[in-house]
Design a protein around this ligand. Sequence first.
Ligand code: NAP
Length: 176
Amino acid sequence: MHENLDHLGLEAMDVVNLRWGGLSEPTLDSIGEPFAALADLQREGYIKHLGLSTVSAEQIKEAQSIAPVVCVQNFYNLAHRVDDDLIDDLAAQGIAYVPYFPLGGFSPLQAGELHAVAARLDATPMAVALAWLLQRSPNILLIPGTSSVAHLRENVAGAGLNLSEDDVRELETIGN
Ligand SMILES: NC(=O)c1ccc[n+]([C@@H]2O[C@H](COP(=O)([O-])OP(=O)(O)OC[C@H]3O[C@@H](n4cnc5c(N)ncnc54)[C@H](OP(=O)(O)O)[C@@H]3O)[C@@H](O)[C@H]2O)c1
């Protein structure tokens, strides 16, 4: 932690996530001990806010019994919707949900429905996938990854797209 702060030239981190679980799914164990260690660093002033990554609803509750949680970063996208209920629950609590692999990660999303909606909106399929996430819930924050400036431009354009109810209905057949 101190080395990180020195490298960043900061006195405190704005947010630190406890990264738990497997590659893409939560594990069933307790996160109490490592989260309490981060809560100690928060009390000491080195961290302003705490988050969690790759965790279950139960683990989030366990963490909340130790210190407030401001954000959760889990695997979620149009085709992987295990966290649907969790997102709604976090939204009701005012907690940000930050989907990782929003574009499918190592296997970028591919679906005829994405192409069809993108063609109607004169946008790219990836921009549509990101627009769907932004419209899915007000607590969703996006962190799509790219090594290409052209893709970055396409992805940013997703923030300006307005999906109609018909578009959303068509896209949501992907996850079913
Ligand atoms: N907490 C965790 O455990 C965890 C796990 C995984 C990832 N993450 C984080 O989540 C964020 C996103 O993850 P990610 O980058 O792995 O997955 P992602 O955003 O779902 O997908 C990135 C992939 O999509 C491609 N892509 C991006 N924009 C595109 C476009 N407009 N058209 C076509 N292809 C496009 C990228 O290739 P190009 O480079 O060619 O654009 C790259 O292969 C990152 O910040 C990552 O660090 C966190």
